[in-house]
Structure formats: structure tokens, C-alpha cells
Design a protein around this ligand. Structure first.
Ligand SMILES: Cc1cc2nc3c(=O)[nH]c(=O)nc-3n(C[C@H](O)[C@H](O)[C@H](O)COP(=O)(O)O)c2cc1C
Length: 175
């Protein structure tokens, strides 16, 4: 991607972790920040590069439906994804499953999906999300993982966007 690239960040977030990463990316790249819920097929035609971010709830990306609906507008663009979730980098296989089951296959490249660590503040969750998290912890067989699901966690840090920035600002090779 080069200086003439016209790019934007599109995101979907429930409690703000993904929004925070999206805002940092928009600030650094000086690209517009678009909420997926308000971004139409026609809006996407203005850009040739999109960085698309979403969090994960019970294995599903919040942006999954939007991706499916807008897939035809995305096929001929440079797309990068960032997925904000609780699944750590050490669980690579599970991370890959999240990508494979949520992103249309034609949009997944060899190195265009990034995973960023998220945030859970239990007191701020909706009744439904608190309940789902409690159920998840109860069904979790690994006691350490179950305990971690009963506590707040905040791993949202600006430094985590560095690989995405690097990828987005690396000129494409001209063959
Ligand atoms: C009810 C609930 C379910 C979740 N399910 C998953 C999940 O299936 N996989 C995962 O990796 N993270 C899961 N998470 C973690 C969220 O993806 C993480 O907290 C993320 O930072 C939320 O970002 P947001 O505030 O932008 O929505 C879950 C969190 C909650 C509260």
C-alpha cells in the first residue's frame, strides 16, 4: 500500500475495546473511522484499503453479518482484519477457528488477520453477557481458565497495533 492509498477503518464493538484500537489506528494512519452499523455498500466504494475490526462473543464476530452482506464490495480491495478477543496467542488453533468461521474465505489471505487482546469489565456487562460469561466459566473444564473468566481483564494497549500499522504502510511490491 502506498501514499496514494485511500483507506478507512471499519469496526464493530460492544463495550469499547475494539473501538479503542480502531481509534488508535485511525489517528496513526489519519484515515476515517467508520462504524460498521452505519457504513453502507456505497460508502465502501470510496476506499481501496479497509482495516476491519470486530470483537468476538461466544465464537461469533459482531461484524459477521455485515461482512457477509458487504462481501461483494470487499473482494477487489486490500482488506486487513483485526479481531479483538479473549483467546490468547498461545491458542493459535482456536484463533484460526474464529477467523475461518466468521470471515468469508475469499477475504482471508496468508497474513491479513491480526488478533488483539481484549478487555472485560464485569460490572459494565449487560445482564445477558454477565450470564453468558458465568455459564461459560461453569462449562470450562480448565480451572485456571474458569477462574480467569470470573475476573476483570484489560489487555488493551496501543503497542498491539504496531504490526497492523506496519502491514498497512508497507508499499506493495511492484512486479
Ligand atoms: C459474554 C462474553 C462472551 C465472550 N466470548 C468470547 C469468545 O467466544 N471468544 C473470545 O476469544 N473472546 C470472547 N469474549 C471476549 C471479548 O471478545 C473481549 O472482551 C473483547 O475485548 C470485547 O470487545 P468490545 O468491547 O469491543 O466488544 C467474550 C466476552 C464476553 C463478555
Amino acid at each position: 500500500m502506498n501514499a496514494s492509498t485511500k483507506g478507512a477503518i471499519v469496526y464493530c464493538s460492544r463495550y469499547g475495546a475494539t473501538r479503542q484500537y480502531a481509534e488508535w489506528l485511525a489517528e496513526e494512519l489519519k484515515w476515517p473511522l467508520l462504524r460498521a452499523e452505519k457504513t453502507t455498500y456505497e460508502d465502501l466504494l470510496l476506499y481501496d484499503t479497509l482495516i476491519i475490526g470486530s470483537s468476538v462473543y461466544i465464537g461469533k464476530l459482531l461484524i459477521k453479518g455485515w461482512l457477509k452482506a458487504n462481501n461483494p464490495a470487499l473482494g477487489d480491495k486490500n482488506v486487513l482484519f483485526f479481531i479483538v478477543c479473549g483467546t490468547p496467542a498461545s491458542e493459535r488453533e482456536q484463533q484460526q477457528t474464529i477467523a475461518r468461521t466468521n470471515i468469508p474465505h475469499d477475504l482471508i489471505g496468508p497474513d491479513n488477520v491480526f488478533f488483539l487482546p481484549g478487555r472485560v469489565v464485569i460490572s459494565k456487562l449487560s445482564w445477558r453477557d454477565k450470564f453468558m460469561l458465568k455459564m461459560g466459566a461453569r462449562l470450562q473444564k480448565d480451572p485456571a481458565k474458569a477462574a480467569s473468566m470470573r475476573k476483570d481483564v484489560d489487555n488493551v494497549r496501543k503497542e498491539h497495533i504496531a504490526p497492523i500499522l506496519q502491514h498497512a504502510t508497507t508499499p506493495l511490491e511492484v512486479i
